[in-house]
Design a protein around this ligand. Structure first.
Ligand code: SAH
Length: 251
């Protein structure tokens, strides 16, 4: 059996209890070495075989899955954040289907949640934005034409941009072609939840300069939108004049 597990954004106590339990029990752990906090590997059994997938191809990962499965061993495939975002899990799952090896998936705290926490921010504010666009700038991995950053930026919604902090000039230009202005609030969050976390609040017009100034070019998220400003409407859910399924409005 192979267990895909979200390791969380970095802080070792942000893995879920289910994820931690699976890591503690595993015979084999393959972790995404570029971003999974190695402290989590301290939870592994002494006799656990640990592999860093940063040095492996998909084929080599599959070989480890297959050998372990032949021996009846439990494998944990540890991905950073939540495996469902930019995790390359689908190709592994499809291969496991072909090999008839069973698997399951344990979610994790994605870095986009940890970044909001670092900012004490709420992405979905009434009258500001009720939509979060999670995307990336096209780099070596292409992005479908209909999803290019400047087209998505036309919405003016809350945006969380992954895998792009090494291309902040391009990010800034694309955002300015959309509904955002030079003065739209933005933030860079580097290594959210790690001891070396950096949080830089700025504007869209300052993104590239701030990346340079604070030496942020990888392992960071770019956050954009008016959710980072002070203006918003309070929520109806907790408004005394508003009835919900659980509470009558006050008269
Ligand atoms: N599955 C992961 C994302 C993997 S893609 C998740 O759910 O978070 C790798 C990208 O995620 C990095 O380039 C960076 O943009 C972002 N990232 C991962 N961990 C991060 C962290 N702790 N702080 C900020 N960004 C992070």
């Amino acid at each position: 059996m192979v267990h895909f597990v979200g390791a969380g954004p970095g802080a070792p106590d942000l893995i879920t209890q289910r994820g931690a339990f699976l890591v503690q029990k595993a015979d084999v752990v393959i972790y995404a070495g570029s971003l999974v906090n190695p402290v989590i590997l301290g939870m592994c059994r002494q006799d656990c075989s640990v592999y860093n997938s940063a040095h492996m191809t998909l084929e080599q990962v599959l070989q480890v899955f297959q050998k372990a499965s032949e021996k009846g061993q439990e494998v944990v495939r540890l991905h950073t954040g939540d495996p469902c975002l930019y995790g390359a899990i689908r190709e592994q799952m499809d291969a496991l289907d072909r090999l008839n090896i069973p698997y399951d998936d344990t979610p994790g705290v994605s870095s986009f949640c940890a970044a909001a926490a670092a900012l004490n921010a709420e992405y979905t504010l009434p009258d500001v934005s009720q939509t979060v666009i999670i995307t990336r700038l096209a780099g070596r991995t292409p992005v479908p034409e209909s999803e290019n950053l400047s087209t998505l930026a036309l919405h003016g919604a809350t945006m969380v941009i992954f895998l792009s902090s090494g291309m902040l000039d391009g990010v800034q230009k694309a955002l300015l072609k959309g509904a955002y202005t030079e003065n739209t609030p933005a933030a860079l969050v580097y290594k959210a939840s790690w001891p070396e976390e950096k949080v830089v609040r700025c504007t869209v017009g300052e993104l590239a300069a701030m990346g340079k100034k604070h030496d942020i070019s990888k392992t960071a998220l770019v956050l954009v939108g008016d959710f980072l400003s002070k203006e918003y409407q309070r929520s109806r859910l907790y408004d005394p004049t508003f009835s919900t399924g659980f509470r009558e409005a006050e008269r």
